[in-house]
Write a protein that binds this ligand. Structure first.
Ligand code: FAD
Ligand code: NAP
Length: 559
């Protein structure tokens, strides 16, 4: 493998780079490939020692994709699509990481990426139209464009339970799983957190540990993944015209295949409806039972038919009725917290070595040197696994210490929650482009689809600017206010705001409650971005060196 060959490029005294990319997950890697191909000079900085982002960090037992393998991969290169073969319907974390490594080698990406380098500052020079980017390894580089590909789920929500530092056993997080692995055999293990990560890890940990105690604060709806070796017949059908398959997916709201049975759950009789849910429950796959009727995410009564179907399943699977009830979500609509996909999650609570602690009844008071103390008891543990999630979407961007026009920080600009135009730009931060930024579809859809659309749009914009001798792009308060209102309006037409969820920032103390993604669906969003560019970048302001338009002239309403 070639080492980085551009160390030092962009440093003070040398020519500024065209682009600095933050992150080397799926977004950063594609950005390196795409922008290099467009002829831009660039460097990427990655905090981890290796590429892969999410799939490098989250190596916990049971980690696996919940979008089908044939769809959760890049769609920008037909050769790549045809040559890579997946072994399972839903790929494991190690298999996805092997795919990433293949992509990195195939496109020779490593030479433009500096690993073990966290971007710790980015300061805008308004006179020179340049960003100065500082990293944890002491580099300072200047660049025309700063493209963040820092991930929506890359800043762990680190637990701060009292007493943790005195715990004598081992503790770890699913979101930064130790590379050397954690030997859980014969151990007394606690898992805290029952989101997607906890729900994937719990059945696997239960098989390894002597005893597992699950600490649940909020019960989750989870659906069977129905994983299996990839079906050769289905694969052949997809591969017969893979590009057309991908294009068809782009017409669906989530950028994945969708089974839509009826516009309303009430278009069917109760018997027909439950038969449809049962069929989907047995077949697994993307979307889940909340996506088969058009009104499930908008009408509480319709939603409750799906929620009650899952609660009935929990009662059917879990032998102890009290445990079944504790596992049954009752205070938020199904899929308004991110739906989980599992293998044998509910059945795991029938195992003699697994116990559920309902934190709504007995919360964790503190971690003791020996284990965990609740008002009812102190339970001894050898290992505590935190599956407590992330400071999602805005967290990684705010952690970078970005300073825009006049030294105003992103933290100041977003004190009351994120403001963006299209999730791509922030007023007062010229030439800063945020891949899967807040207010874009990002984590509500197949994220690779969201990434490719953003990376492509940014690439096209930089080419447009180069061709027209433009050096600066920015948006304004009016454009981002109008977009923010639209993002809020579409979210408020759904049931999403009814849940306490990381989608709304509810999981992080003090985080403003703002719905972090655009729920209007991929096709509407992507068409809007295209139209805006075609119409001359409505809501953006593009200018040549020394010709920044007057502030008043920048007040353009978005389309
Ligand atoms: P990431 O993969 O998060 O990569 C961002 C990179 O930026 C990281 O490597 C990070 O170290 C680096 N970084 C961040 N800040 C800095 C900084 N300041 N300086 C330098 N480097 C920095 N999505 C789906 O669509 N389907 C799924 O099934 C799915 N499963 C998931 C499972 C898990 C366990 C998690 C956590 C997420 C999952 N996601 C899934 C979402 C997933 O994050 C995206 O699919 C995708 O991998 C994101 O790629 P990315 O490059 O945007 O971000
Ligand atoms: P998460 O969904 O935010 O879940 C975190 C869990 O920890 C929740 O159960 C939460 O309880 C609990 N928790 C947090 N702080 C706690 C505290 N102080 N005390 C007790 N419990 C606490 O995080 P995640 O499971 O890592 O998943 C995040 C996202 O990553 C997912 O929604 C998904 O988008 C993605 N992901 C996908 C997959 C996949 O299937 N491919 C796998 C993993 C992750 P509350 O609910 O009460 O807050």
């Amino acid at each position: 493998m070639e080492p980085s060959n551009n160390t030092g490029a962009g440093a003070q005294g040398s020519a500024p780079l065209d682009v600095v990319i933050v992150g080397a997950g799926f977004a950063g890697l594609y950005a390196v490939h795409k922008y290099r191909g467009l002829g831009f000079s660039l460097r990427a900085f990655e905090a981890a020692p290796e590429p892969g982002g999410t799939w490098w960090w989250n190596g916990y037992p049971g980690a696996r994709c919940d979008v089908e393998s044939l769809d959760y991969c890049y769609g920008f290169d037909e050769g790549l699509m045809n040559e890579w073969k997946w072994s399972e319907r839903f790929a494991t974390q190690p298999e996805i990481l092997r795919y990433v490594e293949h992509v990195v080698e195939r496109f020779d990406l490593r030479r433009d990426i500096t690993f073990n380098a966290r971007v710790t500052s980015a300061v805008w020079d308004d006179a020179a139209n340049l960003w100065t980017v500082g990293t944890s390894n002491g580099e300072r580089v200047r660049t025309r464009f700063l493209v963040t590909a820092a991930g929506c789920l890359s800043l762990p929500n680190t637990p701060n339970f009292p007493g943790l530092s005195g715990f004598k056993g081992k503790w770890c997080q699913t979101s930064a799983w130790p590379k050397e692995g954690v030997d859980l055999r014969g151990k007394r293990v606690a898992v805290i957190g029952t989101g997607s990560s906890g729900i994937q890890a719990i059945p696997v940990i239960a098989e390894q540990a002597a005893h597992l105690t699950v600490f649940q604060r909020t019960p989750q709806f989870t659906l069977p993944q129905v994983n299996r070796p990839i079906d050769p017949e289905y694969e052949a059908k997809v591969r017969a015209d893979y590009m057309a398959h991908r294009q068809r997916n782009l017409k669906n709201p989530a950028g994945t295949p969708r089974l839509l049975i009826a516009d309303s759950a009430f278009d069917l009789t109760e018997e027909e409806r439950n038969a449809a849910y049962e069929k989907k429950w047995r077949s697994g796959g993307a979307g889940g039972i909340s996506a088969i009727f058009g009104d499930c995410m908008k009408n509480l009564a319709a939603n409750d038919t799906a929620a009650e179907f899952v609660r009935a399943k929990i009662r059917e699977i879990v032998q102890d009725p009290d445990v079944a009830e504790a596992l049954s979500p009752r205070d938020y609509p199904i899929a308004t917290k991110r739906i989980c996909i599992d293998t044998d999650y509910y059945a795991t609570f029938n195992r003699p070595n697994v116990r559920l602690v309902d934190m709504r009844v007995t919360p964790i008071e503190q971690i003791t040197p020996e284990g965990i103390k609740t008002p009812a008891e102190e339970i001894p543990f050898d290992v505590i696994v935190f599956a407590t999630g992330f400071d999602a979407v805005t967290g990684p961007l705010l952690a970078m210490n970005i300073q825009g026009v006049g030294g105003r920080t992103l933290k100041e600009a977003w004190a009351d929650g994120p403001h963006t135009y299209l999730g791509l730009m922030v007023a007062g931060f010229p030439n800063l482009l945020t891949v899967t930024g807040p207010g874009s579809p990002s984590i509500l859809i197949n994220v690779i689809v969201a990434i490719e659309q953003h990376v492509n749009w940014i690439g096209d914009t930089m080419v447009h600017m180069r061709e027209h001798g433009l050096s600066r792009i920015e948006t304004d308060e009016a454009a981002q206010e109008a977009w923010g209102e639209e993002v809020r309006d579409v979210a408020n037409q759904t049931l999403f705001p009814l849940a306490k969820s990381w989608y709304n920032g509810d999981n992080i103390e003090g985080k403003p409650r703002v719905f972090l993604a655009y729920v209007g669906g991929y096709p509407t969003y992507a068409e809007r971005c295209e139209k805006i560019a075609k119409d001359g970048y409505t809501g953006f302001h593009l200018s040549a060196p020394g010709h920044a338009p007057a502030r008043e002239a920048r007040r353009t309403e978005p389309a």
